[in-house]
Design a protein around this ligand. Structure first.
Ligand SMILES: [Zn+2]
Length: 119
């Protein structure tokens, strides 16, 4: 019996397992307080930039073992904002913050979840 839908040589079905394989098509600063992202599925998210800074998941802001947040919100200036944003591979953005913090990487998946959490 032949399979109904043979997989072409060299191809993989791995990518199809990611239901939320959505990427930003546009990232823009909306004034000093908001960051807006348009996603490849047509949806739009906007973020309070300070909330995004506080949600940083890097090893300096979150304990790697306990996942406990070690970042003290009081140490983050009220007017913190992104100085630059660059993409990391095809899965995340890295934000260079005005408070000197630049190790935070925000995977698209996390940004999508944050849009729900912070709204
Ligand atoms: Zn961080």
């Amino acid at each position: 019996m032949l399979p109904a839908d043979p997989v072409a040589p060299g191809s993989t079905t791995l990518g199809r397992r990611m239901p939320d394989d959505v990427t930003p098509t546009d990232i823009r600063q909306q004034g000093r307080r908001q960051l807006g992202i348009t996603w490849s599925d047509g949806s739009e998210s906007s973020y309070d930039v300070r909330a995004l800074r506080l949600a940083c998941g890097c090893a300096q802001c979150v304990d790697e073992w306990t996942r406990e947040r070690t970042l003290d919100p009081a140490s983050v200036p009220e007017d913190v904002h992104p100085l630059s944003i660059q993409s990391v591979g095809r899965y995340a953005i890295q934000i260079n913050w005005s408070d000197g913090h630049s190790t935070g990487i925000y995977p698209y998946r996390r940004l999508r979840a944050l849009a729900e959490e912070l709204s």
